[in-house]
Design a protein around this ligand. Structure first.
Ligand code: ADP
Length: 251
């Protein structure tokens, strides 16, 4: 889209020409459209759990619920509140990614060390679902922000657990490929059909809606992963089949 601005030019009080400014506003328009869509999505995503919470609370308040059933309703309210909290924290994370850290604060980070930490932090949660996490790490040093790199690997690993099969496994691999450090998270899960590969990194895009919500997904995890990878000058890609999915962040 082009925006055209014209202004007359005067000399000695007489109009003797014009300045014509042609500005390409495509990028601005696109950014505005994305912002509008994001706001609409956020509103919808926030409204859904709030409507449930309000509904359950109203039923309890009406006195129509048998005392024995109250814990059940309270649990539902608790679960939906948890969803709201994760959603809010992911939205904050996304909106602060650009402002919170500048490249000047970047320092050497070994992806291997972060991978081991993420595996330790998620192990007990994975074992609850019968899933084993292993790491195969070689030194892979990048210049970056350690907290963001933790978040990146954590989100990939969290997905690899949530979209896995019973008794499945997750493997985190780090290394250096011709001076391009990388981290891979490979799972034995349900896979992602090819037609969704590009779109899974979009905010709120979900392949498996019910599973995402059941397992506490916000639809923002991969958008955050992509954002962090690109902030560090890297690229995120995925390979998937019915046997599982592997995400690779290469720097
Ligand atoms: P969510 O919070 O819904 O998991 P994400 O942005 O992390 O959101 O992922 C987007 C969608 O991509 C998910 O809803 C899911 O359908 C799909 N997905 C992500 N990771 C995996 C994976 N490892 N295996 C299968 N599907 C996945």
């Amino acid at each position: 889209a082009l925006q055209i601005i014209t202004n007359p030019v005067y000399s000695n009080g007489e109009k003797n020409g014009a300045i014509c400014l042609i500005i390409d506003v495509s990028a601005k328009k696109k950014a505005e459209k994305m912002r509008r869509e994001f706001t609409a999505n956020v509103t919808h995503e926030l409204k859904t759990p709030l409507t449930s919470i309000s509904g359950y609370a109203e039923i309890i308040a009406s006195g129509l619920v048998k005392p024995d059933d109250i814990p059940n309703f309270a649990n539902k309210i608790h679960k939906e509140s948890g969803r709201l909290l994760s959603l809010i924290s992911d939205i904050m994370e996304l909106s602060q990614l650009d402002e919170k850290f500048s490249d000047e604060e970047f320092a050497p980070v070994d992806l291997a060390g972060v991978a081991v930490e993420v595996a330790e932090d998620l192990r007990s949660n994975a074992e609850k679902h019968g899933i084993t996490i292993t790491v195969d790490t070689k030194t892979a040093v990048i210049n970056g922000n350690r907290n963001q790199i933790y978040e990146l690997i954590y989100n990939l690993c969290d997905n690899a657990i949530r979209y896995n099969r019973e008794n499945g496994s997750v493997k985190i691999i780090t290394g250096d490929d011709n001076e391009h450090p990388f981290v891979k998270v490979a799972d034995t899960g349900i896979g992602i059909p090819e037609k969704h590969h590009k779109r899974v990194f979009e905010r709120f895009y979900r392949v498996d809606k019910s599973r995402s919500k059941e397992t506490g997904g916000t639809g923002l995890g991969l958008a955050i992963v992509k954002h962090i990878t690109e902030r560090h000058g890297g690229e995120i890609s995925l390979e998937s089949s019915e046997q599982g999915t592997t995400f690779t962040a290469r720097f």
